[in-house]
Ligand binder design. Structure first.
Ligand SMILES: Cc1cc2nc3c(=O)[nH]c(=O)nc-3n(C[C@H](O)[C@H](O)[C@H](O)COP(=O)(O)OP(=O)(O)OC[C@H]3O[C@@H](n4cnc5c(N)ncnc54)[C@H](O)[C@@H]3O)c2cc1C
Length: 473
């Protein structure tokens, strides 16, 4: 790891932290933020060189209302808390929102029969603003849809957000308010002496009074490693996606959701915050936790599905494809394990709704800690740290003067944005992190044209130098 990165991550003067959070996915970033704002000395430990190395790097980026969540579940409650807090704080953190709404569309008679139940469940879950639409109303709203559809349930408060800037903003604010983050710090052992934990990490020992395990796809292994047993088993569920090029996004305004099945919310068609159109994810069980491959056959099937729903997508250029792994378990519900005596909380099995629920989960963790007597001293005037905008519908840096140069012409990323990200309190640790902070090399050429210039600009600044094929990161 280059010295600059190691230096910026050194734990300094923390002594025994109040809380060590394991894992810098969206959940760990949100928990770290919440605890820092409550006045805790908190340290985040992440094995990768950057945030978002696990499940959080590849999702659908929908801010859910919980309309279709299991009624009465913790997942439903925390999604709704997360949704509300996100809307409350997003402007202060510079986070964009596409207020698209979503439609659960029925494409045949059997699916149409399900719409009543979907509407009833939404109301039972407190999502009372759902609206039943007939075929003509749906087509009036979305004229590009295939005309054989039967009807839909409109869920107005389902939105599209920025999946990468959101956790970045949470952790950036946490750091500005006293939290510390250590990257390249895989937790590989540890013990509890009755008062505090001593964790062995790849960057040395870290002492903390309490642990919050947010290790996502490794959450059960962390429990086994440190507690001796695991309260659940991670069963990774892969989701593959196809990203259509920018012109496709003009074909749709509302998120299209299918009538869900027991196992999955199904294939979604949605605009992205970066101005593309996304189709996916699949739901494929696999054993491997570290690698999510994409398969040509599956991608072709996704494209065919998208064309079936929106015929004008036929022949539209595709920008990219990616896959994410959901940290699913043998049960649907979130897996929260709270061991007061061992000063331990696991926030596990945050399957397919964690981007939405992260702030709710963070509030839940704070309540569990308060319940065991931890005294919070909330910051009176916390620092707010807006992150740079990556959303296509908001002003971008290339439109402002003196940006230096446009480095990535597909996504219109400037040299000033790249330099700013390295000068930020949370610089990228690897090339994937640079892409997720700037959109560089995320466009149609996938870095073919800007790769050499990016390599120059990032020389010595990333954990691994840029090489051919890195655009897949
Ligand atoms: C295909 C797909 C679509 C989705 N769509 C949506 C959506 O539209 N809306 C929504 O709200 N949610 C969605 N999600 C869900 C959301 O992305 C996940 O719930 C969320 O990313 C889980 O985050 P996490 O922080 O729990 O885990 P992760 O992101 O996996 O984070 C865990 C972190 O722990 C680190 N770690 C692991 N072991 C160790 C160790 N020993 N030491 C230190 N660090 C360690 C990992 O490197 C990783 O960075 C989707 C997920 C997928 C996969």
């Amino acid at each position: 790891m280059p010295e600059a990165i190691a230096d910026s991550n050194r734990i300094s003067g923390i002594g025994t932290a109040d809380v060590a959070v394991i894992g810098a996915g969206v959940v760990g970033c949100a928990v770290t933020r919440r605890l820092a704002l409550l006045g805790a000395r908190v340290v985040l430990l992440e094995k990768a060189p950057d945030i978002l190395a696990g499940a959080s790097k590849g999702n659908s980026a929908l801010l859910h209302t919980g309309f279709d969540a299991p009624p009465g579940s913790l997942e439903c409650a925390l999604m709704q808390r997360g949704h509300a807090e996100f809307l409350d704080i997003r402007e202060r953190l510079g986070l964009p929102l596409l207020e698209t709404g979503a439609m659960v569309v029925a494409w045949n008679e059997a699916e149409e029969d399900e719409l009543d139940a979907i509407e009833a469940q939404a109301r039972r879950n407190g999502v009372g603003d759902v609206v039943r639409l007939g075929r003509r109303e749906v087509l009036a709203r979305e004229p590009a849809l295939a005309p054989h559809l039967r009807g839909a349930v409109l869920v107005p408060r389902e939105h599209v957000i920025d999946p990468w800037s959101t956790p970045l903003a949470y952790l950036t604010q946490a750091l500005a308010n006293g939290a510390q983050a250590l990257f390249g710090a895989e937790v590989c052992g540890g013990s509890f002496d009755g008062e505090a934990w001593t964790l062995q990490t790849a960057r040395g020992a870290v002492r903390a009074a309490r642990i919050v395990n947010c290790a996502g796809l490794q959450g059960d292994r962390i429990e086994r490693l440190l507690l001796g047993d695991a309260s659940f088993e991670i069963r990774p569920r892969k989701g593959q996606f196809v990203v259509f090029d920018k012109p496709a996004a003009g074909l749709l305004t509302t998120i299209l959701l299918p009538v869900p099945t027991e196992r999955t919310k199904g294939i979604v068609l949605t605009r992205t915050i970066y101005g593309n159109l996304l189709v996916g994810p699949t739901a494929e069980e696999q054993d491997e936790r570290d690698r999510a491959t994409i398969e040509a056959e599956t991608l072709a099937a996704l494209i065919a599905k998208a064309v079936e729903f929106v015929p004008a997508l036929d022949g539209m250029p595709v920008n990219a494809a990616y896959a994410g792994l959901r940290p699913a378990t043998e049960r649907k519900e979130y897996r929260i394990r709270h061991e007061k005596d061992r000063h331990w909380i696991t926030v596990g099995g945050i399957r397919s709704t964690g981007l939405t629920a992260a702030l709710g989960l963070a509030a839940h963790v704070a309540e569990l800690l308060a319940g065991e007597g931890w005294q919070a001293s909330p910051l009176e005037d916390p620092v707010w740290t807006p992150v740079p905008n990556l959303a296509e519908h908001r002003p971008r840096d290339w439109q402002a003067p003196n940006h230096g140069e446009i480095v990535c012409h597909c996504e219109m990323v400037t040299r000033r944005e790249i330099e700013a990200t390295f000068a930020s309190p949370l610089p990228p640790g690897d090339f994937g992190g640079l892409r997720r902070r700037t959109r560089a090399a995320m466009g149609r050429c996938q870095g073919f044209y800007c790769g050499a210039r990016l390599a120059e600009l990032t020389a010595g600044r990333l954990a691994e130098p840029l090489a051919a094929g890195d655009a897949d990161a």
